[in-house]
Design a protein around this ligand. Structure first.
Ligand SMILES: [Zn+2]
Length: 98
């Protein structure tokens, strides 16, 4: 409700690694994200961009607002871009925020 975690949330031990391809909701600069490993284990999943080019990604990353708008269903998250995960930023937390 408050939107502030007070330091209680745990960092997720499983996050995209540097160099992993992600597809995301377009809000990577907000604080805290939800992420989902795409089906297929270590294999990436193909996607098609609006311009018709193809890419492959290993993760879906969504900000809290988009995650809530999708009721926590990864398939319902509106995807607005793709990118390469760089270092360990943004930092991801486990589970939903309160
Ligand atoms: Zn978002």
């Amino acid at each position: 409700m408050t939107g502030h975690d007070g330091g209680k949330r745990r960092l997720s031990p499983r996050q995209p690694k540097k160099g992993d391809v992600i597809i995301h909701c377009g809000h990577l600069n907000v604080d805290g994200h939800h992420f989902f490993s795409l089906p297929g284990g270590d294999r990436n999943v193909w996607f098609v961009r609006p311009d018709g080019t193809r890419g492959e990604a290993a993760w879906i990353v969504a900000c809290d607002d988009c995650w809530r708008a999708a009721d926590g269903n990864p398939a319902a998250i509106k995807i607005h871009g793709d990118g390469i995960w760089n270092n360990d930023d943004p930092i991801l937390y486990e589970g939903p925020t309160e």
